[in-house]
Design a protein around this ligand. Structure first.
Ligand SMILES: N[C@@H](CCC(=O)N[C@@H](CS)C(=O)NCC(=O)O)C(=O)O
Length: 207
């Protein structure tokens, strides 16, 4: 059994989606960021950085518990544990990793900046416009990539898709204007979003 500590942000959603897609048993602990639950002593004992997501796998290597933070580390760990969504040929593929890391750093980082600025009382519009234009520019790179390649990481579904989907999902929900003009992304988004595991992964219930 795995304990997942998360909130429905892009980083949190990618861990939950991956657990669902891998068919692994887990218990969700919804960490309420608005109430500062990520800074509670209980949560800091799981991740001293106070960031979500984190997992505790009670049945880790050699039967010992494993505690992990960093969403991409969690995805890689779960792929290795389940033997799904990161076949050996992709694990050794530098182009796959370049693009997957771009999702984790460029795409997610810029979206987090946009979300943070948007939550401010008096958002500084030129800064918002700059990050919005960057997000759209980077997304157009991905749109070009997905003109020739079916999925985010390769021609097969992989951890790259589950890393990327929540970024586009949150952007479409909050700042859809920065996702305009990307028809290949839209085609991919509809297909990945229709997967039952992705649907369940997005569901945080009422809590
Ligand atoms: N690089 C980390 C980023 C984690 C992160 O920034 N999580 C955000 C939510 S998306 C968070 O916990 N924010 C709470 C805070 O900053 O206080 C990852 O990929 O897991």
């Amino acid at each position: 059994m795995i304990d997942l500590y998360a909130a429905p942000t892009s980083n949190g959603l990618r861990a939950k989606i991956m657990l669902e897609e891998c068919g692994l048993d887990y218990t969700l602990h919804h960490v309420n960021l608005a109430e500062g639950a990520n800074q509670s002593d209980e949560y800091l004992a799981v991740n001293p950085m106070g960031l979500i997501p984190a997992i505790v796998d009670r049945d880790g290597k050699d039967g010992n518990p494993v505690t992990l933070s960093q969403s991409m580390t969690i995805l890689t760990y779960l792929a290795t544990k389940s033997g799904k969504f990161m076949p050996e040929h992709l694990a050794m593929d530098t182009i796959f990793w370049r693009n997957t890391m771009s999702i984790a750093t460029d795409m997610t980082g810029v979206l987090m900046a946009i979300m943070t600025i948007g939550r401010m009382d008096n958002p500084h519009q030129p800064t918002m416009d700059d990050f919005g234009a960057r997000f759209n520019r980077y997304l157009k790179y991905w749109d070009g990539l997905m003109f020739t390649q079916k999925y985010a990481g390769a021609d097969e579904v992989s951890i790259a898709d589950f890393a990327f989907y929540p970024v586009v999902y949150r952007a479409k929900a909050v700042v859809p204007q920065y996702t305009d003009g990307c028809p290949n992304i839209d085609r991919w988004y509809d297909e990945i979003g229709a997967r039952p595991g992705v649907q369940k992964g997005l569901d945080f219930g009422q809590g």
